[in-house]
Design a protein around this ligand. Structure first.
Ligand SMILES: [Ca+2]
Length: 509
């Protein structure tokens, strides 16, 4: 061995030693199913929902005030949302999604191409998905989540997988079951002295309906698992159910455009009812399920702490999308108001600054960011933007403009765009019968109140007297320039993101 070979060999040895000494971080990715950020005290200090574990994650980590899912082209909003999480692809470039040709038959599922159709995404998305990339990098990957409405080909790639839909109250039938899978996995790692870094995808089946809560938590939130379609739930005078939200309405002022939509008409305990008792009871059920999720996360964090892994683990808490449950007279997840388009997003981990940041992130940025934090190269076709600079406090936001879509019902559906304090929502549904435009200044009107919220009967329900300027500003001539600017911004986002549709007042794409 000459001296040059010896010294480069020594350098190599030292380098390997340095890499080994610097333990790679773990990831615990927690995903609630259907949760509005405004359910949580972190986002609405008036919320009666107790989530001490999430609150402490927020206190020790970074809370995002601008985190969104990009949208959906089917009623099952979960499905494209979860495809975006797995692949980092934007909504119209998900695997097997392409603009439908005029006259083509309706697509049953986005994961199923029509006859003779090639996917827009020109690669096997699952081979570049979150678990695939972490597997290749030498991580151990584990997943528990609900079944269905997800990206099955990617889900299969987790080396350990325990999926089942668990929407009951008692632990073996509900969120406790998902926590059990993670705890058993951690136990097994401990026994086998497994020292590889891990990615755990800790998904819940709640607070998605049916929101069957634990009896003690239902009692706490004044709710019952109401099942009788012929009666309304009885509110308990001793344990009052949660108050109606400030943006509750007994009805949305125009049709949302998806006739027969399950989440607006068929959810057990709610159906088509929008009365006070139904909505407050359902909110109580939502909160009972959400507090139980918090308890279950606490069990897993305790275990990580006992194993000495907590400080080397990034914990990401979010939901696949928000949910209305009475806000704006809607109950589902198929709208683009902030309560439903936005998601809760909290991150705690090594080097993550404490506090709040805007972020302006989509769920589709998660995979790119986790690769970045792990020092893994991201697949070329991942369209996400790493928000690691936001986590480190070096940047406030990763983008200026946000786009949202819902077109799972009649086409072209709903679109929205947000920039700074301004947000535009457009509805073009029911074959042109509904063509509506909403323009909100979210700094002055964060709850997106409209003229119906000013109705004295509604004020009597909500206890919230809106300020005179808390309105849809689209028809106010004072804001004509702002409206035109936002309309142009929406169209440019539609073009940039391959949105196959155009609205009534847009030039034909
Ligand atoms: Ca969902």
């Amino acid at each position: 061995m000459n001296s040059k070979t010896f010294s480069s060999g020594l350098a190599m040895l030292l380098l390997t030693g340095a890499v080994l000494a610097e333990k790679r971080p773990n990831f615990l990715f927690i995903l609630a199913d259907d949760q509005s950020p405004f359910d949580l005290k972190v986002y609405d200090s008036d919320s009666p929902l107790d989530t001490p574990v999430i609150d402490s994650l927020a206190a020790e980590g970074l809370v995002f005030d601008g985190s969104y899912h990009m949208g959906a082209f089917i009623g099952g909003v979960c499905r494209p949302s979860r495809h975006m999480i797995m692949t980092g692809r934007t909504v119209w470039r998900l695997p097997h999604v392409r603009p439908p040709k005029k006259g083509s038959p309706p697509r049953k599922h986005p994961g199923t191409p029509l006859a003779n159709e090639t996917p827009v995404t020109p690669f096997d998305a699952e081979n570049d998905s979150l678990p695939a990339v972490f597997n290749k990098a030498g991580y151990d990957t584990m997943r528990t989540c609900k079944n269905g409405n997800s990206y099955e080909a990617a889900n299969e790639l987790f080396t350990v997988r325990h999926d089942a839909t668990k929407r009951g109250g008692p632990d073996p039938e509900g969120s406790g079951w998902h926590a059990r899978q993670v705890l058993d996995y951690l136990d097994a790692r401990e026994k086998s002295k497994d020292a590889d870094p891990f990615l755990i995808y800790f998904g819940f089946s709640h607070p998605h309906d049916i929101r069957d809560g634990k009896s003690e938590l239902l009692r706490k939130y004044g709710a019952t698992n109401h099942r009788d379609k012929k009666s309304l739930p009885k509110l308990s005078p001793e344990n009052p159910a949660p108050d109606l939200q400030v943006n509750y309405l007994p009805a949305h002022p125009f049709h949302h455009g998806h006739p027969g939509l399950r989440d607006e008409e068929k959810v057990s305990g709610v159906w088509k009812n929008r009365d006070e008792a139904t909505i407050r009871n359902e909110l109580g059920r939502e909160y009972a399920c959400s507090e139980n999720i918090d308890i279950q996360i606490g069990r897993v964090l305790e275990k990580l702490e006992a194993m000495g892994e907590l400080d080397n683990t990034y914990i990401i808490y979010t939901a696949d999308h928000g949910i209305a449950i009475g806000r704006h007279g809607l109950t589902g997840k198929q709208n683009l108001y902030e309560h439903t388009w936005r998601v809760p997003f909290i991150v705690k981990g090594p080097g993550v600054k404490k506090g709040r940041a805007l972020g302006n992130i989509y769920l589709l940025d998660i995979s790119k960011t986790l690769f970045d934090l792990a020092g893994i190269e991201s697949p070329e076709l991942n369209e996400g933007i790493s928000f690691k600079p936001v986590l480190e406090g070096k940047k406030e936001a990763v983008r200026d403009v946000l786009y949202g879509v819902y077109c799972g019902g009649t086409k072209p559906g709903m679109r929205c765009v947000k920039k700074g304090d301004w947000k535009l929502i457009k509805y073009d549904v029911l074959d042109g019968k509904v063509r509506e435009t909403q323009l909100f200044n979210l700094a002055e009107n964060p709850d997106e109140l409209i003229k119906e919220h000013h109705d004295p009967d509604v004020v009597a329900f909500t206890g919230n007297q809106p300020k005179p300027n808390q309105l849809n500003l689209a028809d106010d001539p004072k804001y004509a320039d702002k409206l035109a600017e936002m309309e142009a911004l929406l169209l440019s986002e539609q073009k940039r993101l391959d949105d196959p549709y155009r609205l009534w007042n847009q030039p034909d794409g």
